[in-house]
Design a protein around this ligand. Structure first.
Ligand SMILES: COc1ccc(OC)c(-c2cc(C(C)=O)n3cccnc23)c1
Length: 121
């Protein structure tokens, strides 16, 4: 079998991957690891217009679809906000999303991203 060539990650992809690893550690239940399906969440695809999850985010990094660290922050916020739209406040998913969003905003703080940006340039 021809060896499958692994592509080197760009500095931006490296920084993005490191941030995603830090963010995923804040989702120990893995509720945000994969896309939410209509099977586990009735009518999800009718209610949530911009679904997002960590596997989709990692796929976007691999396809070099992020041109900045801020774009990751936007997708992360969408992912958490989707869960706070679809799920009622008294659910484990809503509470997990609120907690994840809070910890994620520290990991993706402007100061943190600015200093990371310095190291990429
Ligand atoms: C109970 O185990 C799992 C496993 C994977 C999940 O999403 C990938 C979810 C899940 C994740 C969510 C979210 C994030 O809204 N969700 C909403 C309703 C019902 N289930 C979920 C739950």
């Amino acid at each position: 079998l021809a060896k499958i060539e692994e592509k080197e990650q760009t500095p931006l992809q490296e920084a993005l991957s490191q941030l995603i690893r830090q963010l995923q550690r804040k989702d120990p239940s893995a509720f945000f690891s994969f896309p939410v399906t209509d099977l586990i969440a009735p009518a999800y695809s009718l209610i949530i217009k911009r679904p997002m999850d960590f596997s989709t985010i990692k796929e976007k990094v691999k396809k070099e679809l992020y041109q900045s660290l801020e774009e990751l922050k936007l997708d992360f916020k969408t992912m958490c906000e989707n869960a706070m739209i679809y799920n009622k406040p008294d659910t484990i998913y809503y509470k997990a999303a609120k907690k994840l969003l809070h910890s994620g905003m520290k990991i993706l703080s402007t100061e943190r991203l600015d200093s990371l940006k310095q190291s990429i340039e």
